[in-house]
Design a protein around this ligand. Structure first.
Ligand code: ARG
Length: 420
């Protein structure tokens, strides 16, 4: 009898290689390995070959970089989505896309299940599972690493018994994930939040102390919130992010050290390096200061946070996301122009910005000739602006000296019903 088919997210690493055999034995299913290029810098055809050598009955490898940039990286940049104000969300953005593409492959092959190599402790399992459950509720979800609960030694024994290549998949001392939007590095010595990340944790960024002694300036041009050129040279997304990663990385820009609140209730110590994402977020923000009104900037901060949270929490395919995106696209319509950033030993500083839509008006701001601002109107404005406070001071705060002192109520009730 023909066996059921399952599509496995396959990275070529030890966990997912072992998973190919484990699924075969445990679930008695034929494994179709799925690998996509999100700019992680690996040869996906070689990974595909390895999947077939490891026992997958079929393997699909495809380049999804443009989808990733256009539908995930750029929108998150336009929205200003930084989780907890720091993490540009590279890993979190990749998961819903991988899961969506796997569902397509599952349909094409008539598979009844999908699988991923996430553990039971992290956010990635949530992002995969929620996306599968949303897009394809009929597909069974298998998570071998979450299910087998092995120690590393047991896993290696299983690998040895089944002749799974381990040398080529020598595990680094950290747990890492990467795509063109950034690298995530965790575990090992990094689990001690007091310890400075060793230099071997980083691959894309120069140690800021060893970065060039000369600062370098770069001009980044945006069109309605999307980056479109570097130093006046128009580039497609892949080229632009690659150039920004190299440029900012060379100057040590983009290292992030964060004690992060995972969705699953744990605080964890996360190291990221995301030179392009950090540089582009910084530059984009500066252009917003030039082109968005004060009220739009204030309101957008809450949209940025909501957007970052929903990406982090795996709720990509939600109506709230669609609604926030509608706001973001509308909000970005005047965010076009060029920002000049100076890169120097780990920092990216704005040094100039310009836009045809600039709300910075020299004729209003200047203290020199050509001033069109009406200073006499300021006096009446100040009186009305302060009226609430001056009234309150007179009749409450400053009435009879220094004003009342408050007894603050305690939020902790007495622990006996008789009270204290
Ligand atoms: N903490 C980050 C996140 O939840 C990164 C996860 C990295 N995953 C990994 N397999 N190392 O998005």
């Amino acid at each position: 009898m023909a066996r059921d088919k399952i599509v496995l997210a396959y990275s070529g690493g030890l966990d997912t290689s072992v998973a190919v055999k484990w699924i075969d034995e445990t679930y008695n299913m034929d494994v179709i390995a799925y690998t996509c290029d999100l700019g992680q810098g690996q040869d996906i055809q070689a990974i595909r070959d390895k999947a077939l050598r490891t026992g997958a009955i079929d393997a699909v490898a495809e380049d999804a970089r443009n989808l990733f940039i256009d539908y995930f990286c750029w929108p998150s940049l336009m929205a200003g989505a930084l989780y907890e104000g720091k993490y540009p969300l590279a890993t979190a953005l990749g998961r819903p896309l991988i899961a969506q593409l796997m569902v397509r492959v599952a349909r094409e092959h008539g598979a009844v299940a999908v699988a991923h190599g996430c553990t039971g402790k992290g956010n990635d399992q949530v992002r995969f599972d929620v996306t599968f459950q949303t897009l394809a509720p009929d597909l069974k979800i298998v998570a071998p690493v979450r299910e087998w609960k092995w120690t590393r030694t047991q896993e290696l024994e299983f690998a040895a018994k089944h002749g799974i290549e381990v040398e080529a998949t020598k595990k680094s001392i950290y747990s890492t994930d990467q795509n063109l939007w950034g690298r995530s590095i965790e575990a090992g010595i990094l689990e001690d939040p007091w310890v400075e990340p060793p230099s071997d944790a980083f691959q894309w960024t120069t140690d800021p102390r060893l970065a060039p002694d000369e600062p370098e300036e770069v001009e980044i041009t945006f069109d309605r919130g999307r980056p479109c050129a570097i130093d006046g040279k128009e580039m497609d997304g892949i080229e632009l992010i690659d150039a920004a990663n190299k440029l900012a990385g060379r100057h040590g820009v983009g290292r992030i050290d964060h004690i992060e609140n995972r969705l699953v209730g744990i605080k964890s110590r996360e190291i990221y390096e995301a030179p392009a994402a950090v540089l582009l977020h910084d530059a984009h923000r500066e252009l917003e200061f030039l082109t968005l009104s004060k009220e739009s900037l204030r309101f957008k901060a809450s949209v940025s946070q909501a957007y970052a949270d929903l990406i982090y929490n795996g709720l990509w395919f939600s109506q709230l996301h669609q609604d926030l995106m509608a706001f973001t696209v509308s909000n970005q319509q005047y965010v076009s122009g060029t920002v000049r950033m100076k890169l120097y030993k780990g920092s990216a500083m704005v040094v100039g910005r310009k836009s045809e839509n600039s709300l910075y008006r020299h004729e209003l701001a200047t203290y020199e000739e050509g001033d069109q601002y009406d200073s006499t109107a300021a006096m009446g404005f100040i009186k009305i602006h302060g009226l609430g406070q001056t009234t309150q001071a007179k009749h409450q705060l400053l009435k009879g000296g220094s004003g009342p002192r408050l007894e603050l109520p305690s939020i902790i009730p007495p622990d006996s019903p008789k009270g204290s």
